[in-house]
Design a protein around this ligand. Structure first.
Ligand code: PGA
Length: 251
């Protein structure tokens, strides 16, 4: 296993500064101990600046969403520039929990562009709702990936981190997550789809994450040989014991 990227998507689980700081301190300790793992913490928006301030560790801070706009008269929006100004380096875009609330592929593309234009790294989530016998889910996934990559320029495409998150596997227990063999197949399939948008070697360099019920018990099996470059971790990233155990499991 090469170096692994762990993106801790805290969702709305963390609601106090105290808890945010504790989890951040833990991530910092883990990142000094386990050198091959790079941790990106993705807290709720109000904590982004707090955690990024004076951060001299290897831990990086990201946001869970970004505005598709840059205009100033837009109440409630958080622009990519604002996120950059408070020290974020990554932005999760198109998470299924945002898409469920009406975010479209076109919104996702716009958000990716805004994010890249200020020099932040977009982590774009894609993933099928369910599996079917006729493998329609493969087509659905391909359409989702194409909808994001096609409008982007090649230099933009190269900077996207792609997170494969099958919706049926999100928020379950590790036992209900994808199996390692299936993940290997999906990573190959995603790379095949990406060959339409990226040239030869850059497909191999594309960073592909898996998300959906990653826990200490399954992370090693999912990492070994599947071809993923890391994980987007939800519920297990806000439990100190689980989070340490899953990072240590990648040692
Ligand atoms: P989960 O969430 O690890 O709780 O399944 C993953 C995600 O939605 O990013």
């Amino acid at each position: 296993m090469e170096g692994m990227l762990i993106v801790a998507n805290w969702k709305a689980y963390v609601d106090t500064q105290d808890k945010a700081k504790k989890l951040c301190a833990l991530a910092k300790r883990l990142s000094t101990r386990i050198k091959r793992v790079k941790i990106v913490l993705v807290p709720p928006a109000p904590f982004v600046g707090i955690l990024a301030k004076n951060n001299r560790s290897k831990v990086r801070i990201g946001a869970q969403d970004v505005s598709a706009t840059t205009v100033a008269a837009d109440t409630g929006e958080i622009t990519a520039q604002t996120l950059k100004n408070v020290g974020a380096q990554y932005v999760v875009i198109g998470h299924s929990e945002r898409r469920k609330r009406g975010e479209s592929d076109a919104d996702v593309v716009e958000k990716v562009r805004r994010t890249l234009s200020v020099g932040l790294t977009p982590i774009v989530c894609v993933g099928e709702k369910e599996r079917d016998q006729d493998a329609q889910y493969l087509r659905a996934l391909k359409e989702q990936i194409s909808a994001v990559y096609a409008p982007l320029s090649v230099p933009e495409r190269l900077k996207v981190v792609l997170a494969y998150e099958p919706i049926w596997a999100i928020g379950k227990t590790g036992e209900e997550a994808i199996h390692a063999g299936d993940l290997t197949e999906m990573v190959l399939y995603i790379k095949k789809v990406l060959t339409e948008f990226l040239m030869g070697k850059s497909v191999e360099k594309a960073v592909i994450l898996y998300g959906g019920s990653v826990e200490p018990e399954n992370i090693r099996a999912l990492a070994g040989g599947s071809g993923v470059d890391g994980f987007l971790v939800g519920h297990a990233s806000v439990d100190e014991g689980m989070f340490s155990a899953l990072v240590v499991a990648l040692r």
